[in-house]
Unconditional design. Structure first.
Length: 156
């Protein structure tokens, strides 16, 4: 597996990872209506702004993108770590998160925050993130999903 900086040409593959991850890994944690609304909001072109304002990386295995991560340095926030369901348990998510944390350290950040989906809370907790409370992440003006605000102090 290789972690590399994402390129705008990766948009479709990133979108595919994002949608499949939400559809499969969030099932049982969120209603089918929430998952449908969540995934329908995701469009390949919606990642264009993220390329401009964030650090984005992808995980490749056998020349296929199997995960992506997104870090907003200005907000000291991990915005995304998503993995193809078929790659869960293979260390892809951990490798992406470790890479994003290394970028944050290199840029002088001492603390990283994130808003974990309910299904991902244990993943982040196992990697040193501590829950700070529940939040609502808006999907539309009338629908939101529960998430867990988490934080981790980065070692120098």
């Amino acid at each position: 597996m290789k972690i590399r900086r994402a390129d705008p040409a990766d948009r479709d593959a990133i979108w595919k990872v994002h949608v499949e991850s939400v559809r499969v890994l969030c099932a049982g944690w969120y209603s089918s209506e929430q998952i449908t609304v969540w995934t329908e909001r995701l469009l390949p072109d919606s990642y264009r702004q993220a390329f401009e304002r964030c650090e984005m990386v992808v995980a490749e295995r056998n020349a296929e993108i199997v995960g992506f991560g997104q870090l907003d340095l200005g907000r000291a926030e991990v915005e995304a770590v998503y993995v193809m369901p078929t790659a869960v348990g293979d260390g892809v998510g951990t490798a992406l998160l470790v890479h994003l944390e290394a970028i944050a350290r290199e840029r002088g950040l001492r603390v990283l925050g994130l808003c974990a989906s309910l299904n991902a809370e244990a993943f982040y907790a196992h990697r040193g993130y501590r829950a700070r409370g529940r939040e609502k992440h808006p999907l539309t003006a009338v629908m939101a999903v529960d998430c867990i605000r988490m934080e981790k102090a980065l070692a120098a």
